[in-house]
Design a protein around this ligand. Structure first.
Ligand code: PA5
Length: 463
């Protein structure tokens, strides 16, 4: 199979100048810390970073395949109830591998997929009015098994399913993905006897896309999860090399750190030149933001670390954001997701007489235009001294997407070493969860509620 490549030519000082681009000497200086960072990360594979081993977790994929086969043809809709790392990968895989229009007319009797990763009552309420419970399977995903958003969704839909299908009948419409032992959701599985899958130990939410969290819904809608895992495994093998020039995860991590720490670029833009790959930008935004955005270093010193991820889609955002990117502040670097061979070509028809101004388009392929726009943007960025790298996907398929996912997961883990932060916790997210529990009056959070109310007791200022 072909490899996903990282082209960093346009991030070099030779391309964008020494103030904005990295030099060979800078890269040489990063070689030893990068190798040490990789050793540090890989040494934890069997201990607490078990997501590194997911590409080799054949047995669980077998069980997912068996479950998917057992319900094949049974449901018209699969609905994911989850949030953050328990939803973003599902959407990214679905859009990339089944395409943005799968739900219009799913092929081969496959179900449609909906990822309801919000508790906006307008969203959930509208879905409740429109869906047919008898033809819907809910995959409830929560590693902790207690997240308020996901639990409230579960309670709402459980109630509705029981009301329409009965206590016994509703059970085959629910499959749970959660911790093997901890959390309310595991208790629910045991009490109700729902089908279930496990989020393994050592697999944090944002590193869980290659576990049952991301794989189950993917398998249900027809994604080739074995090929996805094979792509991830191939990237894992390539990324075992401690030599910076051979290892794309090391290069990407080093560039991210250097761009922020040495070239004053706190913003990292993922610019997906592929409609199918657009949601990979959302997935990566969470991975980067939650992993590296930290108040304290591993030694406990305040550091306020972290790049700000931004997502853009080509060519759409050329007509929205590129003006800022090319002429605004020098505070960003860019990762272009590029597809070398799209699945389809669409030819622009010959131009009718009288419209000679459009002759340059007549008879040309949209793919040609798309590539010219992408390459034109890269050139415009380079000429304006804006550094970029390109992740080159041979084509959009499960193997290449699996490579990308593993590449970015490992790169972010290595970044944690460069930034000297714990890339695997999320105290800021937990703080928000605790505040929400307090405001909802959850038992045990009374003190927190009082503190929030006291802090917010000033007169509101509104205009
Ligand atoms: O990456 C993370 O850990 C978070 O974004 C979680 O995925 C998110 O908060 C949801 O948590 P849970 O899966 O426990 O419901």
């Amino acid at each position: 199979m072909e490899s996903v490549q990282l082209d960093y030519t346009c991030a070099l000082a030779d391309a964008v100048g020494p103030e904005h681009g990295i030099t060979e000497a800078d890269l040489d200086a990063l070689a030893a810390p990068s190798a040490a960072a990789l050793r540090g990360v890989l040494a934890r594979r069997e201990r607490d970073l078990c997501w590194l081993g997911l590409p080799d977790a054949h047995e669980v994929r077998g069980r997912i395949g068996e479950y998917a086969a057992s319900v094949a043809g049974r449901f018209q809709n699969v609905v994911v109830l989850g949030i953050g790392g328990s939803a973003l990968g599902n959407t990214a895989l679905f859009t990339a591998l089944q395409g943005p229009f799968h739900n219009l007319c799913p092929p081969d009797g496959l179900p449609r997929l909906f990822v309801l990763d919000n508790v906006d009552p307008d969203l959930i309420g509208e879905w409740m009015e429109r869906f047919d419970p008898s033809r819907t399977l809910f995959n409830v995903i929560s590693k902790s098994g207690g997240t308020a958003e996901t639990m409230s969704q579960f309670l709402i839909f459980r109630d509705l399913l029981v009301e329409r299908l009965g206590e016994e009948g509703h059970r085959e419409h629910v499959v749970i993905t959660t911790d093997a032992e901890k959390g309310v959701l595991r208790e629910v599985v045991e009490r109700e006897g729902y089908a279930s899958f496990v989020v393994p130990e050592g697999v944090g939410g944002r590193f869980s896309v290659l576990s049952p969290v991301g794989l189950l819904s993917s398998a249900l809608v027809g994604v080739d999860i074995e090929s996805l895992a094979a792509g991830a495994a191939a990237m894992a093998r390539r990324c075992e090399s401690e030599r910076l020039g051979e290892n794309p995860a090391l290069v990407y991590a080093a560039l991210q750190w250097w761009m922020q720490a040495r070239a004053n670029k706190p913003i990292s833009v993922t610019f997906a030149y592929s409609h199918r790959l657009r949601n990979l930008g959302d997935w990566y935004a969470q991975l980067l933001a939650e992993s590296i955005g930290k108040r304290v270093s591993r030694g406990g010193q305040e550091c306020f670390a972290g790049p700000t991820p931004v997502r853009a889609v080509g060519v759409t955002d050329q007509h929205s954001q590129v003006q800022l990117y090319v002429e605004g502040p020098h505070d960003k670097w860019f990762t272009l997701l590029c597809v070398e061979r799209p699945h389809r070509e669409v030819t622009i028809p010959a131009v009718p007489a009288g419209l000679e101004a459009l002759d340059y388009l007549g008879g040309r392929g949209l793919g040609e235009l798309f590539a010219a726009e992408r390459d034109g943007t890269r050139v415009a960025l380079r000429e304006a001294s804006r550094p970029s790298v390109s992740v080159l996907f041979p084509t959009v398929d499960a193997h290449s997407v699996g490579q990308y996912l593993f590449l970015m997961e490992l790169a972010v883990a290595v970044m944690g070493e460069h930034y000297d932060v714990d890339a695997f916790d999320q105290p800021g997210v937990e703080a928000g969860k605790v505040a929400a529990y307090a405001l909802m009056g959850r038992e045990g959070y009374e003190e927190r509620r009082a503190a929030i109310e006291a802090a917010g007791s000033g007169a509101p200022r509104r205009v």
